[in-house]
Write a protein that binds this ligand. Structure first.
Ligand code: FAD
Length: 288
């Protein structure tokens, strides 16, 4: 189907964009890469009279080092994340996750900001951001604020973004040296959304896990930070008993829909399998 007609706005600063969104009200939306928004517009699920394109706002692009961590502009594309040396050295799990999003065509246009602001439980980056304890920087006509990725998602397509606000950047705190990481995603075919996926970061000291964080994609209405599963690994040697406990705790918070990707029981089981594989691969990469 062809989208309904709309007015196109092309601001060159964040202030201009937020002022436009405030003026235009409910029927205006920010446009980033358009690879979630335009398909929705074609379905004509909601009346949308104004698109505010963020693509000409230079301050929303790029990856910079900040306080040992990374700050990534909202309009940075998945393809740019995959080729950034800074991301490769400071936060390689981002490249692993970006590489399993859709296909190259989508990754050249799709942005990190659009992926995390969208609120679709099938998007891959939100769980990775929860795993990394990232913070989202938001700007509106009334000022700026930060929200933790772990607090941002309320329900499918409902987030803490308020009307007229845009996400300007994501800040990822510094990861400990020698950390192990993995993003494991089960999908039906190349380019598909996850049937189930799991992000894991952990560190070892003298063979004992002293930090672990696990988060899950498309296994509930929102991305899920698996706090109890993460805690089950800490203090252990990440042996079979600890992994079994972590997988069981992760499965305990999953509540996927039964849909074209499989019945809920199957998807929960696969969520457990993805978590087990991600822990094993993160462990193999961690330097003790
Ligand atoms: P847009 O589509 O432009 O925007 C998405 C939503 O976020 C809109 O509501 C928009 O108003 C809002 N928004 C965008 N930027 C901001 C901002 N800075 N501040 C506030 N609100 C904002 N994604 C995956 O994660 N995994 C997949 O496997 C996957 N497979 C796909 C397969 C296909 C064939 C297609 C077409 C898409 C797929 N996607 C997948 C979605 C893709 O990654 C999108 O690019 C992404 O979800 C949205 O990013 P975008 O930059 O295109 O945002």
């Amino acid at each position: 189907m062809i989208p309904g007609s709309f007015d196109y706005h092309c601001p060159s600063t964040v202030e201009e964009a937020t002022a436009l969104l405030a003026d235009l009200g409910d029927e205006a939306r920010p446009l980033a890469g358009g690879h979630s928004l335009v398909p929705m517009m074609k379905l004509r699920l909601a009346p949308l009279e104004h698109l505010v394109d963020l693509g000409r706002i230079d301050s929303l692009r790029g990856v910079t080092e900040e306080a040992g961590g990374l700050t990534i502009g909202a309009m940075t594309t998945q393809a740019e994340l995959m080729t950034s040396d800074l991301v490769a050295s400071a936060c390689p799990i981002l490249q692993e996750a970006a590489a399993v999003i859709a296909d190259p065509q989508v990754r050249y246009c799709g942005t990190l900001g659009g992926n995390v602001a969208n609120g679709d439980p099938g998007n891959d980056m939100p769980a990775v951001m929860q795993c990394l304890d990232a913070r989202y920087r938001l700007a509106g006509s009334g000022g700026t604020r930060e929200v933790a990725a772990r607090d941002f998602y309320e329900a499918a397509y409902f987030t803490k973004l308020e009307a007229g606000e845009i996400l300007t950047a994501v800040h990822i705190p510094a990861l400990p040296a020698g950390h192990g990481f993995a993003y494991e995603k089960l999908k039906r075919k190349v380019g598909d959304y996850a049937t189930a996926a799991s992000a894991v970061v952990l560190t070892l000291e003298g063979g004992t896990c002293n930090f672990a964080s696990i988060a899950l994609t498309n296994l509930g209405e929102t991305p899920l930070w698996a706090e109890a599963a993460s805690a089950a690994l800490v203090g252990s040697s990440v042996d079979k008993a600890a992994i079994d406990q972590a997988v069981s705790a992760a499965e305990g918070i999953m509540d996927p829909a039964s849909d074209g990707r499989g019945p809920a029981d199957y998807r929960t089981k696969m969520g457990g399998v993805m978590t087990r594989r991600a822990i094993a691969r993160a462990l193999s990469r961690a330097t003790a």
